[in-house]
Design a protein around this ligand. Sequence first.
Ligand code: MN3
Length: 335
Amino acid sequence: MKKILFCLSIFFLATKLFSQPFSLPKLKYDYTSYAPQIDALTMEIHHSKHHQAYVNNLNKAIVGTRMESQSLMDLLFYAGFRSDVVRNNAGGHYNHTLFWEILAPPVAHSEISQELSNAITNDFKSIDSLKKVLLNAASSRFGSGWAWLVLSPEKKLIVTSTPNQDNPIMDVVTERGIPIVAIDVWEHAYYLNYQNKRMDYLNAVWSLIDWGIVSTKYNAAIGDSLLIELEKDNWPAMKDFHKVMAQTFHPSENGDLSPIRARSGEFLAKAILLTGSNPPKSLKTEGVHEGLLKLENKCAEINTLVKKGAKDKVLIKKMEESHDLFHLVQGLCHD
Ligand code: MN3
């Protein structure tokens, strides 16, 4: 029995040591199925080399850090707080995954839903004008990047484009939302077959988009609580405060009080600006103002303590209290 337990524990330890948080998703069709729109060699290199490299580099960057236990969504949502390596490779992994999901050989396409069809008519007049707007965003993206069809927090469909491996979930972009169509406009996506003719590639990719799958993405996005999180984050004073909070609180958790000792005045100033700011209109914010006043008082206490040269232990406790208050206030906001 002991032997079995020992073997089992070795097995679990080994899977823990060698398991990687993220892995390359399999394609639904083989590499040859996307031709003539996208040739097999481009598909193979794009998927098995480029996408695989984003996955490998992401895993390498987060192994042994607190990020290892976080979801891909968390990594993306706060990309502005992450290193460039994490931002680029988490983006690379997410973006390509969505791109593969929505592409299918035309013979395998499923029908667009009535809901998505209506939404496109409402927000773009017709699927043809959506095509124009989306392909224009893709063709005019300077250098490498992506074009997107996105469901915004106001539940409108919008077209956006981002550079490099950024995407609309990230806090580094201005127009945020949940992407339901992704178009890769890096040269590695088309250069073998199309060289400099990006527009020809874009027309070909458009004809591979399976609108039945996009409809499923649209339905899921409509009910996704991520929309509320994005709306909450659409509050600049809240974001500014959060940034200073993250940069001072997290070091204090590890016993480093130097950031808050250097920035307690700024911490208080951001709290005052936050109390005086207006939350996004679509959020219900009962009790939020009272919560923010308490938070401001807490930041004032911290600033006074820092000025008096208070002990680390006292400051750590107050920082914890302010952090708890902040999350309490954030939790009060809903749509
Ligand atoms: Mn690519």
